[in-house]
Design a protein around this ligand. Structure first.
Ligand code: AMP
Ligand code: TRP
Length: 325
């Protein structure tokens, strides 16, 4: 049976992009294999973050996982920091990734370019080392991620080759899995940039008031012309809304196009807004019920116990291979 693993960093308010690219996608995996989904709280420390913000966000993400339909009976939910084997494995693996290749990571370049070059944290630079440890610690075969994270899975694959060449078949080769529709949801106010946690106008946040969500979608930037067709280059706004619609409905882009063949922009936007509001409305109701109960703590207690057990077995295997045991 396939092992599936993924995580989200608790660094800010999650968006509709995270929902489509990660949360909703994870749920579709839990029936197809043994699934491990965690909160990458150690990774959150790679950029400055307030302790209280980190704490609240971490708890929120677990509630989001549950509200999105992840079932703790089917998948193991945990916090990265509470399974100390992640840190232990990362310390070993750091010796098999090279500074040259880490220096070429797009995410590192983006996040560090405007920083004082003498004050870039080692953790930010070594981000992919810890991420490799996250993946390899569970012998994961499949890693569902958004497009922006595939480079980190690629470097993990390079590490596995290098490590196994030296020590034999110790680590399992993982593979990134990007969802077909919705791998990159764009900002509603500027559809040429990714919807990220930092643009209040163009982002739909998962806990936004439903009226605000509707308004953001109705005022999304669209393109000239009147046809509702997918054309990334010439119609990025309409293409983005089509993607959101298709991803939420779980249909193909061409099926979505067919539904709006005679529609006008306004009607189309209203249909997208109705769909997003219905989906996030139900999601929010589940979230508020969960966040006000002890469910998060209960789920983490059970999940972390199980995660530690599996992680310890793999860590032991690696420790033996390199000669620590
Ligand atoms: P992050 O917000 O960077 O921690 O990302 C958490 C997960 O959501 C990762 O798997 C990302 O690839 C995914 N993700 C983030 N933003 C988007 C977006 N705009 N569209 C699709 N997926 C996204
Ligand atoms: N880096 C991922 C992100 O920003 C989060 C993450 C950390 C992750 N470790 C992982 C994702 C391991 C998949 C597998 O979204």
């Amino acid at each position: 049976m396939a092992r599936i693993l993924s995580g989200i960093k608790p660094t800010g308010r999650l968006t509709l992009g995270n929902y489509i690219g990660a949360l909703k996608n994870f749920k579709n995996f839990q029936d197809s294999g043994e699934t491990f989904i965690f909160v990458a709280d150690l990774h959150a420390l790679t950029l400055p973050i307030e302790p209280e913000f980190l704490r609240t966000n971490t708890r929120d993400i677990v509630a989001f996982y549950l509200a999105a339909g992840l079932d703790p009976e089917k998948c193991t939910l945990f916090r990265q920091s509470q399974v100390s084997q992640h840190a232990e494995l990362a310390i070993i693996l750091q010796n098999y990734l090279y500074m040259g290749e880490l220096n070429r990571m797009t995410q590192f370049k983006e996040k560090s370019q405007n920083m004082n070059q003498n004050a870039i944290g080692l953790g930010l630079f070594a981000y992919p080392v810890l991420m490799a440890a996250d993946i390899l610690l569970y012998d994961a075969n499949i890693v569902p991620v958004g497009e922006d994270q595939t480079q980190h899975v690629e470097i993990t694959r390079d590490l596995v080759k290098r490590f196994n060449n030296r020590y034999g078949e110790v680590l399992i080769m993982p593979e990134a899995r990007i969802n077909k529709v919705g791998k990159r949801i764009m900002s509603l106010s500027n559809p040429t940039v990714k919807m990220s946690k930092s643009d209040p106008k163009g982002d739909v946040f998962l806990l936004d008031d439903l009226k605000v969500i509707r308004k953001k979608i109705m005022s999304a930037v669209t393109d000239s012309g009147s046809e509702i067709i997918y054309d990334d280059e010439n119609k990025p706004g309409i293409s983005n809304l089509l993607t959101i619609y298709a991803a939420l409905k779980e249909i193909s882009i061409s099926d979505a196009e067919a539904l709006f063949i005679d529609a006008r922009y306004g009607d189309f936007k209203k249909a997208v807004a109705d769909l997003v509001v219905a989906e996030l409305g139900a999601f929010q109701a589940r979230y508020y019920a969960i966040i006000n109960s002890s469910q998060v703590e209960d789920v983490l207690n059970a999940g972390e116990k199980k995660a530690r057990q599996i992680a310890q077995g793999v860590l032991h295997r690696v420790q033996k291979a390199v000669g620590l045991l």
